[in-house]
Design a protein around this ligand. Structure first.
Ligand code: ADP
Length: 251
């Protein structure tokens, strides 16, 4: 598999706190990659560094083998991100929000409308076109946010905790959608979550805790290595591995 992002010895400090400590890993083209860790583990900080929104204290990030400036057109066209706090305007309709943004990419109203409608259909949300964004449910908003992020057909889509705050059925719906989009666009999808089990269908998993890289492997290898049935137990096993006679809860 081709390496899309290569991260070497990345470290970040905020106010004397080591938020990320010497992180190294790669993300391959076309994979579903999950960054797991409890709140405060450093997941959002890592994403901000990859997106160029903040600068690492040490380390290097390469995209397809090249160091890209955070303002570069290549980076902007290659990556899209959906943060938990939407950038869409709650007072505008879904249509207005998406048409305006699609126009940035097309410079042509007819094409912009077509592009926005196409991406809204991709997330199974065409029925929301005329609704005001501000009145949508959490799950509906998340879908429209993803449609917005797809407007530039990115190679790499970042989803920051895409299922946080959603009910169980909306979470299942969101996962179904993530897999569908990955298939349709052969896109690399990187997501963060603190729901360990949600990452079981990922190609690779990076586990972070208190800024430290605890593990980086496929879900199956992680479970085999730590003799655990669930990823949650793998995480607990890793965190507790200093403790003598640790046994996985589910075994
Ligand atoms: P996660 O996304 O895993 O919940 P974050 O990356 O948001 O974790 O935060 C990791 C740690 O870094 C936390 O202790 C947080 O308080 C701290 N942190 C994050 N951003 C900043 C910042 N801009 N200034 C100071 N501390 C920060």
């Amino acid at each position: 598999m081709k390496e899309l992002v290569k991260i070497t010895n990345l470290a970040k400090r905020y106010n004397h706190q080591d938020v990320l400590k010497s992180i190294s890993f790669s993300i391959n083209e076309g994979e579903l990659f999950s960054i797991l860790g409890p709140n405060g583990a450093g997941k959002s900080t890592l994403i901000s560094l990859i997106l160029g929104l903040s600068k690492p204290d040490t380390g290097e990030i390469l995209f397809e083998g090249t160091k890209l400036d955070s303002d570069s057109i290549e980076l902007k066209t290659m990556i899209s991100v959906v943060f938990q706090n939407s950038i869409l305007d709650p007072d505008l309709s879904v249509k207005e929000n998406l048409f305006l943004r699609a126009y940035f990419y097309t410079n042509n109203w007819k094409q912009a409308k077509q592009l926005a409608k196409e991406k809204l259909a991709d997330v199974q949300a065409s029925h929301l076109l005329n609704k005001r964004y501000g009145v949508l449910s959490g799950g509906e908003r998340r879908k429209v946010d993803i449609a917005r992020a797809l407007l530039n057909t990115p190679k790499l889509l970042f989803l920051d905790e895409p299922t946080t705050g959603l009910d169980i059925s909306s979470r299942a719906d969101m996962w179904h959608l993530i897999h569908q989009l990955k298939e349709k666009y052969h896109m690399t999808i990187v997501l963060t979550t603190h729901y360990m089990e949600e990452a079981r269908d990922s190609d690779n998993i990076l586990m972070l805790d208190a800024g430290k890289m605890m593990a980086f492997d496929t879900p199956e290898t992680l479970k085999q290595t730590y003799h655990c049935l669930t990823l949650e137990d793998v995480f607990l096993a890793i965190v507790e591995k200093g403790r003598e006679n640790y046994e996985c809860i589910s075994l």
